[in-house]
Structure formats: structure tokens, C-alpha cells
Design a protein around this ligand. Sequence first.
Ligand code: GLN
Length: 519
Amino acid sequence: MAASLARLLQSRGLSVTIQKFDPYINVDPGTLNPYEHGECYVTNDGAETDLDLGHYERFLNVPTSQANNVTTGRIYKTVIDNEREGLYLGKTVQIIPHITDEIKRRMTLLGKSGKFDIVITEIGGTVGDMESTPFLEAVRQLQWEMPDGDCIVLHLTLVPFLHAAQELKTKPTQHSVKMLQQEGIKPDIIVCRTEVPIPDAMKRKIALFCNVKADSVFENQDAKSIYEVPLLLHMQGLDDIVLKKLKFRNIPQPDLTDWQNFLNKLFSPKSEVDVALVGKYVELQDAYKSIQEAFVHAGAVNLCKVHVHTVHSEYLDASNLKEKLKGMDGILVAPGFGGRGIEGKILAVKYARENKIPFFGICLGMQMAVIEYARDVLKLKDACSTEVRPQTKNPVIDLMEEQKTLTTKGGTMRLGAYDCRLKEGTLAYKIYGSKMIAERHRHRYEFNEQYADMMEKAGLVLSGRNPQTGLVEIVELPQKVHPFFIGVQFHPELSSTVLKPQPIFVNFVKAAMKHRSGK
Ligand code: GLN
């Protein structure tokens, strides 16, 4: 919803950003298990953030930063640090005004940068959650403080459809608006999430009972693709109403040509491929959100429907490998942490390498490709990562030097965008078409330089290195040996957007199409 509205406003020539305020107490989601909260998204400036920031970037094609994601934990940490420094001059520190003031300070930070015409602030959770109360109070105060028309509130509610009774229910909407009003906030616009269209009469009823204007109730119906949502909202005139309420005048209609072109391609594929996503968090759809979306973008430019089949690495072994990976046109080995499921990942790499199936390893997936090569080609049977086997005699993947002295977990990995220099004539160079690239990282372990010569002599190409530290960031096999085999230490999926699909994904899909047609 936030991303779609932002996209519409941006398409009308306005400069827009979105920030997410999350009421939980973790300082950031970096320490959260993917099962708890889905993927952790990383910004260029190295913030570990909510996965919604990924949607914001994919829709807006503009990078976000640390300032775009704030949690209760971060707010409290600032306030408590201020208190310890004596900044409150002996005052009793309280939720109101100290916590709410800090929330307001952060909510207005991006706006004050002068870079944006509109800042959309998404507040996570649900009205009525105990944890969201200070955020709602901050919104109430902000709306009171700002000039009329500078701040509007859009309330997103669920209108359930009871299949047994074939009936839509507006009661939950009425109740949540009531609770919002108890907090002193009157929504300006209500958007209803729904499975089926909401009749006009029902929209009028919602408007009347919830005290909003009749033209200010919109539906946000389940769509074939989330990328269709901006168009569906525009057809109802949501962006017009938002601009009217914010007192913008003479803003041109949105130019959605590129967006529509993307959707046309997405909805009329000429071919299809099957790709395996081998990981251990496959039970939760959101754990690999950016990878899934990067395949949507890369599929569309190639006019190819990419069927992503998740394969649980923990249950992958020599006895079922063939059966589980049968018919795959590409194998992607996913990022991850810890030892669970890594032998399955190593088997998947081996299968892709030996059977010449396009292979793409991301972060831990790249590390597994290195281990597999060391074990099978260099005959270092005990090769491993010290993350998994600290005592291994052949630590081909080892803790980065600067990580060895760290004792805290939150925000201490190698995080954010780093430059990477590509070797000319390699697959990576061909894919990116440039010598220097930058991609985002989130890891503690690295390719162990001591094995670099040995690996290269045995045929593994180290095609990308960090220009400052020399760290190996990309490994690959020459294309005369394997049609497409690449492992990257960074997370290319994080920089894929609708209008700028990520080049490794685009070329991986191309390789998968070729594999398919060669069958
Ligand atoms: N666990 C590995 C490391 O820390 C890989 C991390 C990842 O896949 N994001 O280096």
C-alpha cells in the first residue's frame, strides 16, 4: 500500500520516500530469526532493516537508508543514552514527552533533509497494540503541530470476506477506526484490504460510520501481482485525493508507461523455466523475499515465467538429490547462517556443477560452492567453513580478521555496499559490463586467501575482489567448462527493482532458458 501510493506520487513527478516505524523492542531486525520476521533487508549504508524497505526500493527505484527504519528499541536506546548523558537536566524521563518527542524527531528527519516533497510513514503493527500507542500519540501530536494539509492519515484496514456466508464484513473496519479515534486520530482516508470488490454502497457505509468523506474510501483488492496495485489504486483516484488533501496544485497525471510495460511483459511470458531455491528457511515465504522478487523482475525482462521451487537443504541427501533437483533449469543456493542444512547445500552445488546446470550461489551459497570445489576438485576432504566446523584443518571459508575480536552480535557483520573490482573476460564482467561494481553485504565469514592460488590453479576463477582489502567477492567457473556457474559473497537480490532488474539474476534466468531449450 505504502509502496504503491509512493510509486503513483513519484510517477507524477514528486520526490517521495517511505519510512517504516516498527513497534518492537529489538534495536533493528538484524538479530531476528528469519522465521520470526522474514528476511532482513540491508541498505546501502549498512542498516539491517525490515523487509518492507525492500518493497519500497523495488517500487521506487531509490535507495533507502538507516533513517528509513526505526524501531521502539532504537527510540528507547537514544532516550536512555541521552538520559545517561544528563541531557534531560534532571527531569523525570517519560513516554510523553520524551519517547514521543524522539519518535517525532525521527519521523520528521527525512522531511527536513529537503530532498523530498512527500514522506510516507508506515507504522507497523495494528491499532490497539499496546506497543504502537506511543507512535500513534506522536502522529496525533504531529498532525496537531503541522499546518493544515501538511500531514494526512491513511488507515489501512481489513474487510474480511466470509466465504461460508458469501459476505463482506465492515465491522472490523468500524472497530479499528473507533480505536484510532480513541487515540485522538481521525483518518483522512481509509483503504480496505479485501479479497473481492467492495460495492459502492458498502464504501459509503464505511465512510459514514467511520467519519471520512464519501470519496475517501478505497479498496485494495488481492491482485495477480503486487506490482499491479499502483494501477488499481490509481484507477480509483487514490493519488488525486491524497494530493488534494495535501493541498498540492497542478500536479500532472502519473506517467506509468515503464511500469505498464513491465506488467505487460510480466503477464505475457513466452517461455518458462524451473529454478530450485535451496535453503533452510523455506517454510516461510518471506524468508527469501528479495530473491523471489528479483526472479519476478528478471523473468519479466526475459519474457519468461520463472517457477521458483523451494528445496529444503536440511532434507537433501545423496539418496534423494536427483529426485528433488530433477527437471531444474537452474539451481540457486541461498544465503544463511549456521551449520543446519549445509551438507545439503554442498550436494546441490556438486549436482549443478557436474550436470552443467546453471548455478548461482549467494553469500553462504557462494561459500558452499568454494567448500564443494575444495573437497571434490582439490581433494581436501575435510574442507569447511569455521562457522560450521571451527576445528577444520582446511578452513577455506574463515572468519574475517576484523570479526575475530567482536563480542556483540547486533549490527556487527560486514554490512552495506562495498565496491568490487571485476576481472576482465570473466562471466561476472560480461554480466555487469563494467570493471567496478558495488553490491550490499551481510556476513562475517569470507573466502580464505590462503587457498586462493590453489583454487585458481585447480580452475576456480576468482573474478571479483574488493579493491581496498582484496577480499574475494565472486567465484566462478570458466564458461568453456560450465555454461553458468557463479557464486557471490554479496546479496545482489537486494538491489533488484522493477525498473532495474539485477544483472546476475537476468543472466541466470537467460542461462536457465538456454538450459531448458537444450533439453
Ligand atoms: N553465515 C555466513 C557468514 O556470516 C553467510 C551469511 C549470509 O549468507 N548472509 O559469512
